[in-house]
Every structure is written in C-alpha cells, then in structure tokens.
Design a protein around this ligand. Structure first.
Ligand code: G4F
Length: 328
C-alpha cells in the first residue's frame, strides 16, 4: 500500500535527503516550505514536483510551523501516514540572537503538529527531530538515558519539543518518537555551520580565491556523521512495532581542529597557515563535547553510521572543489 509522508523543512539538508529516500520506496511526499517571495528550493529542485504531471508524487505546500491553523488544514487535506517534523531555526548562534522565534519554530512547532494530529484524529506516526544540543553540559558520551542540560535557546526549545513528543505518546497513545541526532553534515549543509564553512574555505583557498578562514572555538568536540545516512535512521524509527526514542551518532569524537586538518589535507594544505581566530564566532555559552552512543539504534533498528568523520570531511571538501571547478 502506498504511504504518504508530510515533511516540514523539506527544503533543508535533512528534508531533501529524506524525500530522496522515501520517493523510491513508493511514498507520496508532501513537503512544507516557508512562504516567501523568493524560494530556496535548490536542494530539492531535481525532484519532480511539477503539479501538471499526473505521475508526480512530490508536492510542495506553503506554510509555516508557527501557524497552527495552517497545520490543521494541511493535515486534514494530506492525511499523512507519517509526519517528519524537521523544520527548525537550527543555527545555535542565531538562537542566541532570536531566542523567542527559536522557541516558536524549534520548540512549540512540535506541540502544534502533535495537537493537530490529535484534533484531526489521524493514525499518523510522528517523528520529532530532536538533537544532541539538548544534552548541552551533560558529560559525554550521551545516550537516550542522559539527562538533558541544554545551554542554548535552541537546545532548550528542542528539549521542550522532546518532552511534548513523549507526553503525547504517553498521554494519548500517539505513535510519536524522538530521533536524537548528533551533528550530521553533507555538501547540502548551510554554509554557516562549521563543517561546510571549513570545507568551502579549504577549497577556496586551494583555488587561490581567498587567503584566510576566520573561525571561533577550535577545541569543541563533536560527533559528525553523514546526513544522508541519518535520514535512514529517521525512517526506521517510524517503521518499528512500538514508538521509542533513539540516538543517531557515529560514536567517535573529533575537535574542530581535527576537522580542519581533514579538509585542508584533502587539498594538500596546512590549515595552520590559513586559519585565523575571530571572537565574533564565539557564543555566549558553548557546548564542549557531544559524543553519541547509538548502540540502541544498532540493536533495535539495525541502524549504524558507516561514513566516518574523516571520510565525511573529505567528501565535503571534494564536493566544494568540484563546485568551484564548475560543470564539466
Ligand atoms: O557547526 P556548528 O555551528 O554546530 P553546533 O553548534 O554543534 O550545532 C549543530 O549540531 C547540533 C547537534 O548537536 C544541532 F542541534 C544544531 O542544529 C546544529 O546542527 O558548530 C560546531 C562547533 C561549535 O562548538 C562552534 O563554537 O564549531 C564551533 N565553531 C568554531 N568556529 C564554529 C565556528 N561554528 C560555526 N558555526 N562557525 C564558526 O566560525
């Protein structure tokens, strides 16, 4: 039987990979994109969303996760079997500048969607894009049992969404799950995140287009995996017999400094000659180490991250080198 999935944030990194995963499985995919006079659909423009094509199974809808009535209308119309709530203000620095907006988009959007599912009375399965940023100051490694100690408006908003997801599961018996994804990256990552910024910088410096890259804290430890693999974990969570929460991570920590080394080595450069510190990239509060233990996902969902951080850094840098070289 054909399933229908609704993806909020479909035009983002994870949304685009998820749509690519679901369409070949036979799903009809409905994606929510923020209404704007100029759409940023670059990551999904290769997927057929031509409304005039009778065979199209990918549909875009304008709307915002801050707009509850819009979500109710859309859910009633689409009647999705699965909802993936990926929309968020996901940049942590930005969340310090826009804490209230972050609460609305990354926090209470979950409540709006869960309440809409409950009100419309659909047997929809719900995926909440929870994040390792919720662990904040908690000691690494972190797993599903680690207490949440967020230190940013984004982490706090996501912690609220996490608890609302659990609350709707427990109070109303909804099939609602949290995927607690650690940092996951790709050539589709927004340019302001450190991995893409470094990959782009290394490629541009190697091509002689710039001399230096300006960064903040190089000591932070992260567990960076490949986003394309993480959406497989998201999907697997909604196919399980019982709803539950799972960490998705590689389990291996690296510092920002290590990531610099991987990217600059890929283009034959010494990063120490090209990277300068700038305090504008420091945050009011920093998370020192996020390292996930994804053994529950391996055991119960047969999900594992296969692409290591060094491989990911190389893959991202090569994509930037190719982009600078232009079409062949
Ligand atoms: O790439 P980042 O901005 O990722 P961060 O803060 O870990 O957040 C990402 O992962 C979270 C999961 O743990 C998600 F919830 C969140 O949505 C997002 O996807 O920064 C990584 C590290 C930080 O310690 C930061 O201080 O890199 C450090 N850093 C150093 N210089 C920098 C820079 N980060 C950015 N973005 N830009 C810099 O110039």
């Amino acid at each position: 039987m054909t399933k229908t999935a609704l993806i909020t944030g479909v035009a983002g990194q994870d949304g685009s990979y998820l749509a690519e995963l679901l369409l070949p499985k036979g799903y009809t995919v409905d994606g929510l994109v923020r209404g704007s006079s100029s759409y940023n659909l670059g990551r999904i423009s290769h997927l057929n969303h031509d409304v005039h094509d009778e065979d199209a199974r990918f549909f875009l809808h304008h709307g915002d996760v801050a707009d509850g009535s819009r979500l109710i209308t859309l859910l009633s119309r689409v009647a999705p079997d699965e909802v993936y709530n990926l929309a968020a203000t996901s940049h942590i620095s930005l969340s310090f500048a826009e804490p209230e907006l972050t609460g609305m988009t990354s926090g209470s959007s979950a409540t709006r969607l869960l309440e809409a599912i409950r009100m419309v009375g659909l047997p929809t399965r719900y995926y909440q894009a929870s994040t390792s940023a919720m662990f904040g100051a908690a000691a690494a490694p972190q797993d599903e049992t680690t207490p949440l100690q967020p230190v940013s408006p984004y982490g706090a908003a996501k912690a609220y969404a996490y608890w609302m997801t659990r609350s709707y599961r427990e109070a109303y018996g909804l099939y609602a799950v949290n995927g607690i994804a650690f940092n996951h990256e790709s050539p589709r990552r927004d340019e302001s995140f450190v991995t893409r910024k470094i990959a782009m910088g290394a490629a541009a410096i190697a091509a002689g287009r710039q001399d230096f890259l300006y960064l903040g804290n190089l000591d932070a430890e992260r567990d960076w995996g490949y986003a394309k693999e993480y959406v497989e974990g998201m999907w697997a969570m909604l196919q399980a017999d019982e709803p539950d929460d799972f960490v998705l991570a590689t389990g291996t920590p690296y510092t920002v400094r290590d990531f610099l080394d991987f990217c600059f080595s890929a283009v034959g450069l010494d990063w120490e000659k090209h990277v300068k510190f700038n305090d504008r990239y420091l945050r009011p509060a920093e998370v020192d180490a996020l390292v996930g233990d994804a053994s529950k996902a391996a055991r119960e969902l047969a999900w594992r991250a296969h692409v290591t951080t060094p491989d990911l850094a190389r893959l991202m840098t090569e994509a930037e080198v190719a982009a600078l070289a232009g079409p062949v």
